[in-house]
Write a protein that binds this ligand. Structure first.
Ligand code: ADP
Length: 786
């Protein structure tokens, strides 16, 4: 090539990063890695090993131990033993360990980056500039929370032993997302890296040794799905934190159902990348490159659906094709490569099959003119246009460098298309009109929204899904709640237990006239008869009949869910101030009938109804008070950004009320959920449903819109199951006997709805917990800069 040619074409020469230090590290371990349990390396009880290969070259990197159930057991035991000391270790001391981890990662940053690239196939540019710096950032950030836990999370304690299962797409970063908050909050950890990418986790284990972390605080066990399953099923684990496919997430949801294990799931996505006609198109094109070709598109929040406003679609596609033509696919260790290798042949086949499906279903395929390397596992950047919204490639997660483009006409249509997915992990919105962008941001159902940006991550910002993308958040203050529990004696007894119970009844039940009215159900703002045509007797504790309620069935629940769904949009959008007023007014109406309610309560429960009515009024006031005060945060992410962490309603919720203090429970649980903008299907306690059914008369005289709060009486577990199975219900709170816990959690796996399990009796949860359960945090990233 002549100098003139070089100057004219400016081609990239190879700029390879040396693999040698990482290869030396592998060699120093003789290419074989044991399990890291209780601070020591040990052989797997299974005596089985598996190989991990470099997907860019198909060459073997190392042999890694396959942990069996017996090894999992050892690791959990080690973590349990370590928990005694670690949970009592002062926050400041834990902070020092986390700080040491951050420092060590920085000191060995290049070794980590190269090792990650070798094991995963992602470009060195990404591991070096994104993955590893973010890993260090997570440990620093959480060192801070360890330091602050005592003051900022007063009354909360660590959970115990946490089982963590992570995928292969961001091996060390996912480890950091999970290990850092868990340790900061005083938990101990058993972590299983993905079978394709175990190496950086093993290097991290060495760091734990080097910094003198107490043995057993972090245990790393390698293995495949079987190892993961053994960890999930281990009775000694208090929480499972999982990142991976929705399919496996569903298995884990079912496996942990009823076990009392806390669970967070970060699952798949089909995130929309929405470009309005006033967007800066060149920036948007660069955004697409980051959204779908970052990490070969193997990103759970990849912007895999491009939604473009019709008028600019062709222009956008033209620019995009020109840009795609210039992307470089190849040796991931080459610093000038944009797209590296696909993780494994099995994933490559999956991508090829889905692309084939896209062609068969009539979408128009475009790929750059150049060919990808023949050796190793590579796939070119791919653009589909003319994609039908219901087609496979518009709906299914491909987890590869494949973009499906659709057009829209109006912002409303963009929102509808964006939400036309079972997922809800992330979205990007491109417009120079901040009004439009923020308006659309509030309407897209996703845990993270990036405005004029994409795939931004930081430890200070929460990350996690809506709908079938899972539940729970990682990062930010909101992520800490996944790793703590309320200390029991810290629950305030205000208005409950001793104050409402055990006091003499104000009104004597004997003096009352008999009641022969059968309470109906309350659906869509109307009293309705139960579909079954049956009623159910309600007895006082002394066996006397105090009334009858309708026996609701599946159909009634379905109608109630439909009513709650129709009311959802309106209630969500009702100003917080108005919601507060409506709840205050509800309390006012209840107070006018306080005596009647007190009498009814005394009859049903034999307790002091007057005190409970007072407590219920106070609970409604508290809910009203929070309606316009449950604030989000502005996270200080390090870019030129404001990252708004906004609590949003979950949507349609089913609430199965506990047996104790039926009116108070209704007021506190339903009141708080309403205050946060949810619409509800409430199933009153079967022991004392009449107070709830009386309550609908109060509702009728209030300003609560029809369908916002629906009441269905009947058999608790039967109705709970219907609610948990219903795909249009977004969350279920189940207070009931233990037998029902598994039932509800298992059935909720269908659409991955959030569940909250409560005992059937005893003190109610505190308001701060209810507020958190009634909301999900959306992080909206808004960059600035002229
Ligand atoms: P991906 O599509 O990202 O590979 P997977 O959900 O298949 O996602 O894998 C994510 C992690 O879950 C991996 O560490 C894998 O070994 C583990 N895993 C797979 N099957 C199970 C299972 N049944 N129970 C627990 N963990 C599992």
């Amino acid at each position: 090539m002549t100098l003139t040619e070089i100057m004219e074409t400016l081609p990239y020469g190879p700029a390879p990063e040396a693999a040698q230090p990482a290869m030396d590290w592998l060699k120093a371990h003789k290419g074989k890695f044991q399990l890291f349990i209780a601070g020591k390396w040990r052989n797997p009880a299974s005596k089985e090993w598996f190989t991990t290969i470099n997907p860019a070259t198909a060459q073997k990197l190392a042999e890694v131990a396959q942990a069996s159930a017996a090894d999992v057991d050892e690791a959990v035991k080690a973590a349990r033993k370590a928990f005694a000391g670690w949970s009592q270790t002062k926050g400041h001391v834990r902070a020092r360990y986390l700080y040491a981890m951050a420092r060590q990662i920085q000191k060995h940053a290049r070794l980590f980056a190269v090792l990650e690239t070798l094991d995963n196939g992602k470009p060195i540019r990404e591991t070096r500039d994104i993955d590893i710096p973010l890993v260090a950032r997570h440990f620093y950030y959480h060192a801070g929370w360890a330091q602050l836990m005592e003051s900022e999370l007063a009354g909360y304690a660590p959970l115990g032993v946490v089982g963590q299962i992570i995928p292969w797409n961001f091996p060390l970063l996912m480890l950091a997302w999970k290990v850092a908050p868990a340790l900061a909050m005083g938990n101990t950890v058993v972590l299983k890296p993905a079978e394709f990418t175990p190496l950086t986790a093993l290097l991290f284990a060495e760091i734990c040794q080097n910094i003198g972390l107490p043995p057993g605080v972090v245990n790393i066990i390698t293995g495949d799905g079987k190892t993961g399953a053994a960890l999930v099923e281990h009775p000694g684990v208090d929480k499972i934190a999982f990142t991976g496919s929705t399919e496996v997430g569903r298995i884990i949801r079912k496996a942990t159902a009823g076990s009392g294990k806390k669970l967070s799931l970060e699952l798949g996505g089909k995130s929309p990348f929405v470009v309005f006609e006033d967007a800066d198109l060149d920036s948007a094109v660069e955004g697409v490159v980051d959204a779908i070709w970052f990490n070969q598109g193997q990103v759970c929040c990849a912007g895999s659906r491009l939604l473009v406003q019709e008028g600019i679609a062709e222009k956008m596609y033209t620019k995009l094709r020109a840009r795609m033509e210039k992307l470089r696919v190849g040796d991931p260790l080459d610093k000038a490569v944009d797209i590296g290798a696909i993780i494994a042949p099995v994933q490559l086949q999956k991508i090829q099959q889905l692309v084939q499906k896209g062609v068969e279903e009539g979408a128009k395929l475009w790929q750059p003119s150049w060919a990808v390397p023949a050796e190793g596992c590579f796939y070119p950047p791919t653009l589909f246009t003319e994609v039908a919204p219901a087609s496979t490639i518009a709906q299914e997660e491909i987890f590869g460098p494949v973009l499906a483009a659709l057009t829209f006409r109006t912002p409303e249509e963009a929102v509808r298309l964006a939400n036309n997915t079972r997922y809800g992990l992330a979205a990007s919105i491109w417009s120079e009109d901040i009004n439009l962008a923020l308006d659309v941001a509030t309407q897209i159902k996703a845990g993270t929204i990036w405005i004029n940006s994409t795939n931004l991550f930081d430890a200070a910002s929460g990350f996690g899904g809506y709908r079938e993308s899972g539940f729970g958040r990682e990062g930010g203050k909101e992520g800490l709640w996944e790793y703590v529990k309320k200390i029991e004696q810290h629950r305030t007894a205000q208005g409950q237990t001793s104050s409402a119970r055990g006091l003499t009844a104000r009104a004597s039940a004997e003096s009352l006239p008999p009641i022969d009215r059968t309470a109906k159900l309350f659906i869509g703002g109307k009293q309705v008869r139960p579909d079954s045509g049956y009623s159910k007797a309600v007895y006082a504790p002394d066996g006397r009949l105090v009334g009858e309620v309708g026996l609701g069935n599946r159909k009634d629940i379905r109608n109630a869910v439909e009513a709650a769904r129709s009311a959802q949009e309106g209630w969500r959008k009702t100003a917080a101030h108005s919601k507060a007023q409506i709840l205050y007014f509800l309390a006012e109406n209840l107070s006018q009938r306080a005596e009647e309610f007190a009498r009814r309560l005394s009859e049903q429960t034999g307790q002091d109804g007057g005190a409970e009515v007072e407590a219920a009024l106070e609970a409604l006031f508290t809910a009203a008070a929070w309606a316009d005060k449950y604030e989000g945060l502005v996270h200080p992410t390090p870019l030129r950004n404001v990252t708004l962490a906004i609590p949003e309603p979950i949507g349609v919720m089913g609430i199965l009320c506990p047996d104790d203090q039926p009116l108070l429970a209704l007021a506190r649980l339903a009141g708080t959920a309403l205050a946060m903008g949810n619409t509800l299907v409430v199933v009153p306690s079967p022991l004392a449903p009449l107070s709830a059914t009386d309550f609908y008369q109060v509702l009728e005289t209030s300003d609560v819109p029809a369908g916002t709060l629906n009441i269905v009486t009947g058999e608790r577990d039967e109705l709970a199951l219907t609610l948990a199975e219903h795909d249009d219900v977004d969350a279920v709170w189940y207070a009931g006997p233990q037998a029902g816990w598994a039932l509800v959690e298992k059935a909720s796996a269908g659409n991955m709805k959030r569940t909250w399990i409560l005992p059937s009796s005893g003190p109610l949860p505190d308001t701060d917990e209810i507020l958190r359960q009634a909301t999900q945090v959306k992080n909206i990233w808004v960059p600035y800069g002229a």
